[in-house]
Design a protein around this ligand. Structure first.
Ligand SMILES: Cc1ncc(COP(=O)(O)O)c(C=O)c1O
Length: 409
């Protein structure tokens, strides 16, 4: 555990010449690892069996356990969520145009474009950071085939409103649930909504299989199609019955998934306790608002996100980020600058004029703070103390950093 470095004055900050608060870098999304002994046993088991992929026993067990946990009929483990999204999009026959938020990881948009589908970016509701259902109908054209909702920070979209719009207009609804493993909506586990939902188990997610993901659906025919597509369309040794790709999860990832599942509750408990600790530390800081979770639902608390009110703070979000990076606290901007301002969308004539005011405002206001098993109360107290110091002298920090242009990018 880091020994507390007391910082009372601006000159104590590392960016102004002080000693960094942390000797080693603190990351957002440092991988959580379950019981190593169990993991090694499982890996040894796979090696002894010489069965490393192609629907091995660990993948089957992992899929079964996920289905049970989510109380969903079908779960297909995949190599990552980006491929999983592509498979779900193809299996549900999305085409033409699909409405999607721009405030998401670029994989959501790229998966569409990769399959020749045009993403139509929709603005978000600033209160929830999720796609704003009220703005969707204006974007529907004769070419629209579906909507991809994203449960940002693991807080579910307004699923009822999205379902109603999709039903009214004959659109297919699927969800990018990359952030939402272990979360619920109106008491039902995420994984049960739309035609299919796709989870990510990437190393930076609180529950990980190093790389990996899962497509979850309650539709029998769709599940069969997804399973075929995940394995090149093979229905038997030499029998290919559909188009497909290689989306399979391997046994070593499934071994990690099974091991991580055994620690799932403790991962969530630590996330929640870290979240509450930050909440306590930052509660009275003017201009810093924490993204809140609905405690009536199941939440994974994997993201601790602050939204900054620059008018109250006098210091910019980017300047605060630079100060914290100098302390070795690698806070992250999310999903800056918004998909529609990234390539290839930005330079395409279809998007060049596109303005999404709420998305653009939010990408300038949020910071995600380090949490997870590698972060303790003392770390959180130290990070929060730096934030409080910066906020208490916002004008002066702004002036000093403006002279050096730190935080301009
Ligand atoms: C919202 C969102 N969608 C999709 C992905 C892609 O997941 P993967 O890295 O498993 O392909 C991520 C991963 O970070 C994500 O955050």
């Amino acid at each position: 555990m880091a020994r507390r470095v007391i910082k009372n004055r601006l000159d104590d900050l590392a960016i102004f010449g002080g000693r960094p608060a942390f000797a080693e870098r603190l990351h957002v999304g440092k991988p959580n690892i379950g019981d190593r002994q169990r993991l090694w046993e499982r890996i040894t088991g796979a090696l002894d069996r010489h069965w490393l992929t192609n629907n091995g026993p660990y993948v089957q067990e992992f899929e079964h356990k996920l289905s049970q946990l989510l109380r969903a009929k079908h779960c297909v483990a995949v190599c990552n969520a980006t491929i999983g999204l592509g498979i779900a999009m193809r299996a549900t026959e999305l085409s033409g145009e699909v409405i999607v938020p721009s405030f998401t990881f670029v994989a959501t948009a790229h998966a569409l474009l990769w399959h020749g589908i045009t993403p139509i970016f929709c603005d978000i509701d600033p209160a929830t950071h999720n796609i704003d259902p009220k703005r969707i109908e204006a974007l529907i054209t004769p070419r629209t085939s579906g909507i991809v909702g994203v449960h940002v920070w693991g807080r579910s979209c307004d699923i009822s409103a999205l379902t109603e719009i999709a039903d009214d207009h004959g659109l297919t609804l699927i969800f990018d649930a990359a952030h939402a493993f272990g979360a619920s909506y109106q008491g039902r586990m995420i994984g049960n909504f739309g035609r299919a939902e796709v989870f990510s188990f990437h190393a930076t997610k609180f529950f990980n299989t190093s790389e990996g993901g899962a497509i979850v659906t309650n539709d029998d025919a769709l599940a069969a199609k997804i399973r075929l597509m995940t394995n090149f369309g093979f229905a038997g040794y030499d029998r290919v019955v559909s188009i497909g790709t290689n989306g399979k999860m391997g046994e070593l990832s499934a071994a990690m998934g099974l091991t991580s599942l055994e620690s799932l509750d403790s991962f969530v408990t630590v996330n929640k306790s870290n979240y509450e600790c930050y909440e306590e530390e930052l509660r009275r800081v003017p201009g810093i608002n924490m993204v809140r979770y609905d405690h009536q639902e199941k939440c994974n608390y994997q993201y601790v996100v602050i939204e900054l009110d620059e008018e109250l703070l006098h210091v910019s979000r980017n300047q605060l980020k630079e100060v914290l990076w100098a302390e070795n606290v690698l806070v992250r901007r999310y999903f800056h600058p918004g998909c529609h301002r990234m390539e290839p969308y930005r330079s395409s004539s279809a998007y060049r004029e596109l303005q999404l005011p709420e998305t653009e405002r939010l990408t300038e206001r949020v910071l995600s703070l380090p949490t997870g098993m590698g972060v303790g109360r003392e770390d959180i107290a130290q990070i929060s103390a730096v934030i409080r110091l910066v906020v208490s002298q916002g004008r002066e920090v702004h002036r000093r950093l403006s002279d050096t242009h730190a935080g301009d990018a």
